[in-house]
Design a protein around this ligand. Structure first.
Ligand SMILES: [Cu+2]
Length: 138
């Protein structure tokens, strides 16, 4: 049981690191204009009808170039058949450059739709330079 857990943790961490290299960044989590590959790790959750917590890290798609960020915003977003909507406000703490702890991520349950975490790189006037949609699987 213990060994099995260790093995799966090792596998999970090697998968996590493999997303940091240019060739292996998932296309849905990459922002090519900004040279960003997004990694999201759940610290708690994801669960419906509860507050969840994640750490979001921005890595360089091309390690030889700088990440180009203006303003980063991260929030839950639900896509339903006829409309889309957000949730309660999250709390974002900057852990270090390009690393964010996102607390109070709330996913309302019982709706016909799916939840995303949107990570956006914004201009100072809040227009979107690029965004990625992380699909939440419960
Ligand atoms: Cu909904």
């Amino acid at each position: 049981m213990y060994l099995k857990l260790v093995a799966s943790l090792l596998l999970a961490s090697s998968l996590f690191y493999s997303t940091n290299t240019k060739a292996e960044c998932l296309s849905e989590l990459s922002m090519p204009k900004s040279n960003i590959c997004v990694s999201l790790q759940w610290n708690y959750g994801p669960f419906l009808n509860q507050y969840n917590e994640a750490t979001v890290t921005l890595n360089a798609l091309d390690a030889e170039k700088e990440i180009k960020t203006e303003k980063i915003t991260i929030f839950p977003w639900m896509v339903m058949p006829n409309h889309q909507h957000g949730s309660r406000p999250v709390h974002i703490q900057i852990l270090r450059e390009h690393e964010f702890k996102v607390e109070k991520i709330y996913f309302m349950g019982g709706m016909m739709g799916y939840w995303l975490i949107k990570i956006q790189n914004l201009k100072p006037d809040n227009s979107i330079i690029e965004e990625v949609n992380y699909r939440v699987n419960f």
